[in-house]
Write a protein that binds this ligand. Sequence first.
Ligand SMILES: *Cc1c(COP(=O)(O)O)cnc(C)c1O
Length: 356
Amino acid sequence: MAHAGKGSSPRLRTALDAVPVYVPGKAPASGWKLSSNENPYPPLAGVLEAVTLAAGHMHRYPDPHGTELTDRLAEQLTVPAAHVALGTGSSGLLQQLMQTAVDPGDEVVYAWRSFESYPIVTRLFGATPVEVPLTGDETQDLDAMAQAITDRTRLVFVCTPNNPTGRALRRDELARFLDRVPVDVLIVLDEVYVEFNTDPHCADGVELYRNRPNVVVLRTFSKAYGLAGLRIGYAVAHAPVAEALRKTAVPFGVSTAAQCAALASLDRQAELMERVADLVSERVRVREALLRQGWTVPESQANFLWLRLGEQTTAFAEHCREAGVMVRPYGQDGVRITIGEPQANDVLVAAAARYR
Ligand SMILES: *Cc1c(COP(=O)(O)O)cnc(C)c1O
């Protein structure tokens, strides 16, 4: 029966045809990589040691619930442990949230531009993306997003600070938005850059989720904590959603090494937050230098800056590459520049000056 079926390859889900391919930030052959929002600092000695020790147990499955880390996060955030779900980075949790709330044909609302994975996961599940344009100052238009919600909307992504524009939402405006969304629609507050946010008026998703059963907060160890390569993040949500996230997880996806690295990082939070503070002051320094050169640079609360360059986008990214620094171009919209170590940032600032 070698030729029983039609065609020459297995029939795949047609939803995949509409899935955009994720374009990773390019790594330069030599020079600096400011294209993937990574933390430029290598692991702290104690974190590396914890991972090395954990590697000695790789013949065993990890604790599927990450009990010690879950308890630790719950205590730190003052939430019940049942409200914390670990995932293989917040990317894993994004897919699980789709599996949890969205059927084919349902609508998913988010701002555009925002995180590149939102259209990918939406299409992957055969859902319909409803993309709401950013305002003129590169912020999510919460009024328009509220108005875009229909009876078919099952999930809303809100990214604050927003990737790639860096703009963060204020507590009062976000709370007002959350209260306008019907309670049977899941709202995902993607806060993976929250540790870089220094604006006291900004929202803390964990405070906003407490009395809102349809809000889930996503956080990660990839960005501020510098564990991008180990794949570990977490969600905070009320019990039904958190339980659904545990059901939809890839079994044993979060490795023992990742769990141990996260615990060791929480032990060294003060030291890690000094690095975050250094990156924040570099963010301010680079933005001021670019403003002095005449660029328009929205105020960012994350570890990156956004230049809306329109049709200059590709040329600018290429110019930077030739100058020894990779930035991230987004179509004909603009480039995102990750804040790296000071020398890398200096190369970027000098390259930008020569482009003007
Ligand atoms: C980087 C990023 C993520 C995913 O990070 P993980 O490494 O999967 O935790 C999620 N959301 C946004 C907005 C991001 O920029």
